[in-house]
Design a protein. Structure first.
Length: 259
């Protein structure tokens, strides 16, 4: 028997009262990638090599070979990406139920427009819950900063300054808050990484990676179109590759939003 929950959702999609919003950035050779300082290894940009293009190597078909880092474009960070989560799940082991859940959107785009290094604090997150209610079980907390508007311009997206990258993100207290909150399954951002640009100098360094992945939660980066989501009430679907032993994966991220 068809479930009313599913048939109602399909009817809502058909009549437009629920819309699907694509939170994924386009993935191509020009997709910006993280830049680490010496002496650390860096991830390459995406590249592709054609196998055939309706030619002698494949007269009726076109296909390519890809090279890309696991952490390229809109992507998920699995717990094993960080040393604190190294005994946790790889991306292929994440239960699918954890990849579908409520989205809450914390919107600091105005603050970031005034200060690109703006930091999210535990007090901001407490204030969000005071205004919108407790973050529900299984939630993905999405941090809107307006940074997605920069994603087609690598220099503006990475925003390197003399002291390193200047991009928004959580401070140490907010990172701890997210990792300890019983409802939070994942934390998503519009920037190239889940930590602030200055987070290499925090104590601990890269606290979102440290605390969140160490607590078995997930990260999502380089999201787009968070402005199309309400603060609460959207349904998120995160679809990384089921990559065995993967530390992360490019992902399609879709939100179901009531019109
Ligand atoms: Mn990553």
């Amino acid at each position: 028997m068809p479930s009313p929950a599913v048939t109602d959702l399909l009817a809502a999609l058909a009549d437009g009262s629920v819309q699907v919003v694509d939170l994924t950035q386009p993935l191509s050779e020009t997709t910006p990638v993280l830049v680490l300082p010496e002496p650390f290894a860096n991830t390459p940009h995406l590249s592709r090599r054609p196998l055939s293009r309706f030619d002698d190597d494949g007269p009726a078909w076109a296909w390519d070979v890809l090279e890309l880092g696991e952490h390229t474009g809109t992507h998920l960070d699995a717990p094993i990406h960080w040393i604190t989560g190294r005994d946790g799940e790889d991306v292929g082991s994440i239960p699918p139920r954890r990849l579908v859940g409520p989205a809450v959107v914390v919107d600091h785009a105005a603050a970031v427009a005034a200060d690109p290094g703006h930091l999210l604090t535990a007090e901001h997150l407490d204030a969000f819950e005071a205004e919108h209610g407790a973050i529900p079980d299984g939630a993905w907390v999405l941090y809107r900063t307006g940074w997605d508007a920069r994603a087609q311009d690598e220099a503006a997206f990475i925003n390197a300054g003399p002291e390193g990258p200047v991009t928004p993100g959580p401070d140490v207290g907010a990172a701890r808050w997210l990792a300890r909150h019983p409802g939070v399954v994942g934390f998503g951002v519009e920037t190239v990484g889940i930590d602030a640009g200055a987070a290499g100098g925090f104590d601990p360094a890269f606290p979102v990676h440290n605390f969140l992945l160490g607590a078995g939660r997930y990260g999502l980066t380089s999201l787009a179109h968070l402005a199309a989501l309400p603060a609460t009430g959207a349904l998120l679907v995160v679809a990384p590759l089921r990559l065995v032993e993967g530390t992360g994966s490019p992902s399609r991220v879709l939100a179901f939003v009531a019109r």
